[in-house]
Design a protein around this ligand. Structure first.
Ligand code: BGC
Length: 724
C-alpha cells in the first residue's frame, strides 16, 4: 500500500510530465515567426508567407503621423517611429503635427549633434546612443529617427546643429558609436537624410548636382559606415532631388549604392511627406512611406500601390522585398518577442547628457588664462545675454525635446557659485528688449568683477532650425555692438556662445580675453558650462567645423553656388568642403577645424610610422608620445591627417584619417598608436568605380588641430589597391 506521501510525489511527477508535454505541444504550435530561437531570415519568410496583400500593404505606410498599422491576427503590433536625434521627441499627432498633449512623454535632452561631434569621442556617442535607446524602449518606440549625418556644406544650413560637422571621417566615427549604442537596446536607428540634404532652402524640391568623387568621399561615408560597420537598420530618404530624381525614388542612391553596393538589408523610410510617385518610389527602392499629406489609405503606398501590384505594374517580388525588409527590422529588433522595458531620465542618462556637454564645449580663445574663473577671487558676476536664460531643448522643430528639466547657463552658474558670489542677470539685447535694457546691462557690467556674456543663436526661424537657413553668419539682435560696449565697460568679459553652427565674431573678438563655445548643451548644459567656467572640468571639445572669418570665405559662398538657381544647386566646390577648401586655397579661417584649447598644454613628440603594425589590417601605425605638460589633468584630441604627395587625381591638401582622445593627468605621458588602413590613403576613382589607394609617398601629419600640426613624417605605400 503506497503511503500518502508517495501518492503525492507520484501525482506531482505526473503533473510535471503533463506540464512539459503541454509546453512542448504549445511550442510545436507556435509559428516559426514567433519563435525567438529561430534564425531571423527563417522567421521573416514564415511571416511573409502568412500575409495577405492588404496586410503587406498595411506594413508599408503610416496609419498615423508616426505609426504603422498593427495586424492583430498575426500578433504584429503597431510600430512606432520617433524623432531623433537628440532624444525621444514628445508624441505628435496622431493625425496632426500638433503635440499629442500627453503628460508622460518627457525625455532626456542630449546636446545637439554638432556638440556630440565636438567631443571627438565615439565612446561618448555610444553612451548617448544607449541612453536614447533605453528611453525609446520606455516610451515604446521601435525606430528612432537619427542620427542625422548630413555634412555641413555651408555654415548657413538651418539644420547644421543636428548634424555631425563638416568632415566625413569624424561624422562616420561618431555615427557608428551612436548607432551601435542605440541598437544595442533593440531599437532600430534610422540614419538620415539620404542623401545630400545640405540646405533647408527649397529642401523639398532643390535638385542637387555633384560629381561622383564628392558624393563618395564627402557626402556618403557617414551613411556607409553607419550601415556597414554599425548595422543601422533604417535609412531615411531625403526631401531633395539628386541628379534630377527625388531621393525617395532615386534608383542610383537607394538601389545601386545603398542596397547593392553596400549590401544594406534594412528598410528605407521616406522623410515625412517626401514621396511623390507610387511606381517610381516602389521601383526606386523606398520601403516605407510616412508623413504624406493624404488620408492614410490614399498614401502612395496605400491603395495606389495595392492596385499597381494587382495590375502587375509593380512585380510581386518588388513588393515582397519591401515587406521582407520591414519584417526583418521588426524581428531583428525583437518587436515580436517582447523587448526590455527600458528606463527614462535615470541619473545615468542625466550623467551622460552632462558628460556629452562637458566633452563638447570648445574653448576658442583664452588669453592670459582668463578661464577658469577663481571663485575665491570674485565677489560679483553679471551675466548678460538672452541665451543665459533661454530654454533651447524644445526648439528647432523635429529634433526638439520635451525635457524633464533644462539647466540654463544662468541656472548652472547660480548653482555652482550663487551661494558665495553675487550673481546678477541683465538681458542686454534680444527679442523684445529696448535701449534701456542695453544701458542697464552696461551699468551692471561696470560694477561687476567679471562679466559673462552668454549670446549666440537660438532655434528661431532663420537661425539654427529645420525648415529655413540662416541669412548670414552674424550674431543676431545687435550682439556684436553690445559685446563691444560691454567689453569697453569691463575688460574682464568672457563670451559664451550658445549655437549649433559657426558664427562670425565681430571686432570685439580681439578685445575679450576668452570665448567658450557651449553649443546647445541639452538638459544638463548649464551645469556642464559652470563646471568648465570654474575649472571643475577641463574643456576638451574640438571644432567639428571651420569657423570662417566671413561667409564669403567658405566654399559654396566664395563660388556663389549657394543656394542654387532655377531649382538646381551645383556643388562646384566638389571635394573642397570645410577645411579641405580653406587649406587647399590657403585661406585663413577664424578658428580652424579641430581647434579647441585646454586649461593645460600638451606636448607631442617622437613620431614613429610603423609599417604593417598596429591593429587589424593597419597598413601603418602612427605612433607618438603625448605629454600633459601643464598644471592640470585634461584630455587632448590627437588628430592624424594624410597628405597625398603625388596624387594622380587632384586631392585636398590634407584629410583627417584618424584621431584619438587621450586623457592625461598633469605631468603624465602616454604612447598613442593610431592605425591607418588602406582607406586612410585612398580616394574615390570614378572611372574605376572604387576606392583607389595608390602606391607612393604620403605625408602623415599629427596635430592638435587642422592648423596646429605638431609632428610629421613620410610614409611610402608599397602597393596600389582598388576596393570596389
Ligand atoms: C524631418 C525629419 C524628421 C521627420 C519626422 C521631417 O520634416 O526632415 O528629419 O525625422 O520630419 O518628424
Amino acid at each position: 500500500m503506497p503511503t500518502p506521501g508517495a501518492i503525492l510525489r507520484r501525482a506531482l511527477t505526473i503533473l510535471g510530465i503533463l506540464a512539459v508535454a503541454v509546453t512542448l505541444a504549445r511550442a510545436a504550435d507556435r509559428p516559426v515567426y514567433l519563435d525567438a530561437n529561430q534564425p531571423v531570415e527563417k522567421r521573416v519568410e514564415d511571416l511573409l508567407s502568412r500575409l495577405t496583400l492588404e496586410e503587406k500593404i498595411a506594413l508599408l505606410h503610416g496609419d498615423s503621423k508616426f505609426t504603422t498599422a498593427a495586424i492583430p491576427r498575426l500578433s504584429i503590433p503597431k510600430r512606432w517611429l520617433s524623432d531623433g536625434p537628440h532624444g525621444v521627441r514628445e508624441d505628435i499627432g496622431p493625425d496632426t503635427w500638433n503635440p499629442a498633449g500627453r503628460t508622460d512623454d518627457f525625455s532626456t535632452c542630449m546636446p545637439c549633434g554638432t556638440a556630440l561631434a565636438a567631443t571627438w569621442n565615439p565612446e561618448v556617442a555610444y553612451a548617448e546612443g544607449v541612453a536614447i535607446g533605453e528611453e525609446a524602449l520606455a516610451r515604446g518606440k521601435h525606430i528612432m529617427l537619427g542620427p542625422a549625418v548630413n555634412i555641413m556644406r555651408t555654415p548657413l544650413c538651418g539644420r547644421n546643429f543636428e548634424y555631425l560637422g563638416e568632415d566625413p571621417f569624424l561624422a562616420a566615427r561618431i555615427a557608428v558609436g551612436y548607432v551601435r549604442g542605440e541598437q544595442s537596446q533593440d531599437v532600430a536607428s534610422c540614419v538620415k537624410h539620404f542623401a545630400a540634404n545640405n540646405q533647408e532652402w527649397q529642401r523639398g524640391s532643390i535638385d542637387v548636382e555633384m560629381d561622383e568623387r564628392a558624393l563618395h568621399e564627402i557626402y556618403l561615408p557617414a551613411f556607409k559606415a553607419a550601415v556597414q560597420e554599425a548595422g543601422a537598420w533604417a535609412v531615411m530618404g531625403a526631401y531633395n532631388k539628386f541628379r534630377g530624381d527625388f531621393c525617395c525614388q532615386n534608383d542610383y542612391l537607394l538601389n545601386t549604392i545603398l542596397k547593392k553596393k553596400w549590401g544594406f538589408r534594412g528598410l528605407v523610410v521616406s522623410d515625412w511627406g517626401a514621396v511623390h510617385d507610387t511606381r517610381r518610389a516602389a521601383l526606386g527602392g523606398l520601403d516605407l512611406e510616412m508623413g504624406t499629406d493624404k488620408p492614410y489609405d490614399e498614401f502612395f503606398y496605400g491603395r495606389p500601390l495595392r492596385e499597381a501590384v494587382q495590375r502587375d505594374e509593380i512585380p510581386q517580388s518588388v513588393l515582397d522585398d519591401k515587406v521582407r525588409r520591414n519584417l526583418r527590422v521588426m524581428i531583428a529588433t525583437h518587436i515580436l518577442d517582447g523587448r526590455p522595458t527600458g528606463s527614462i531620465n535615470t541619473p545615468a542618462h542625466q550623467a551622460t547628457a552632462r558628460r556629452v556637454a562637458e566633452e563638447a564645449m570648445v574653448l576658442l580663445k583664452n588669453d592670459g588664462i582668463a578661464l577658469p574663473l577663481d571663485r575665491s577671487k570674485i565677489q560679483s558676476i553679471v551675466v548678460i545675454g538672452e541665451n543665459a536664460m533661454r530654454l533651447q531643448a524644445h526648439g528647432g522643430l523635429s529634433s526638439e525635446i520635451k525635457a524633464f528639466h533644462e539647466i540654463t547657463p544662468l541656472a548652472g552658474i547660480l548653482g555652482r557659485v550663487g551661494d558665495r558670489v553675487n550673481v546678477t542677470y541683465s538681458a542686454g539685447c534680444g527679442r523684445g528688449t529696448d535701449s534701456n535694457s542695453v544701458e542697464r546691462a552696461l551699468t551692471a557690467a561696470k560694477q561687476a568683477d567679471v562679466v559673462l556674456f552668454v549670446g549666440g543663436l537660438n532655434h528661431d526661424r532663420n537661425a539654427d532650425t529645420e525648415g529655413s537657413d540662416r541669412r548670414d553668419l552674424k550674431l543676431p539682435y545687435g550682439q556684436d555692438e553690445l559685446i563691444q560696449r560691454v567689453v569697453e565697460a569691463n575688460p574682464r568679459t568672457i563670451v559664451v556662445l550658445v549655437a549649433g553652427s559657426p558664427v562670425e565674431l565681430g571686432p570685439w573678438l580681439a578685445r575679450v580675453p576668452a570665448v567658450l563655445l557651449a553649443w546647445y548643451g541639452g538638459m544638463e548644459g548649464g551645469t556642464a558650462l559652470a563646471r568648465i567656467l570654474f575649472g571643475d572640468v577641463n574643456p576638451s571639445g574640438k571644432l567639428p567645423c571651420t569657423f570662417p572669418r566671413q561667409l564669403a570665405d567658405s566654399p559654396a559662398h566664395a563660388l556663389g553656388v549657394y543656394p542654387g538657381a532655377n531649382g538646381v544647386v551645383r556643388y562646384e566646390e566638389g571635394l573642397l568642403v570645410g577645411y579641405r577648401w580653406f587649406d587647399t586655397k590657403n585661406i585663413a579661417p577664424l578658428f580652424p577645424f579641430g581647434h579647441g584649447l585646454s586649461y593645460t598644454t600638451f606636448d607631442y613628440s617622437n613620431l614613429r610610422l610603423v609599417p604593417g603594425a598596429g591593429t587589424n589590417d593597419a597598413t601603418v601605425a602612427v605612433e607618438f608620445d603625448i605629454t600633459n605638460a601643464g598644471p592640470c589633468d585634461g584630455a587632448e584630441v590627437t588628430q592624424v591627417y594624410v597628405q597625398d604627395m603625388h596624387p594622380s587625381l587632384p586631392r585636398p591638401l590634407k584629410e583627417l584619417k584618424g584621431f584619438r582622445k587621450v586623457f592625461l593627468n598633469a605631468g603624465e605621458q602616454q604612447k598613442v598608436s593610431i592605425p591607418l588602413d588602406r582607406s586612410g590613403f585612398a580616394h574615390y576613382d570614378p572611372d574605376k568605380g572604387g576606392w583607389l589607394a595608390e602606391a607612393g609617398e604620403f605625408t602623415i601629419l599629427v596635430g592638435s588641430s587642422s592648423r596646429d600640426i605638431r609632428l610629421n613624417g613620410n610614409f611610402t605605400l608599397a602597393q596600389t589597391t582598388l576596393e570596389k
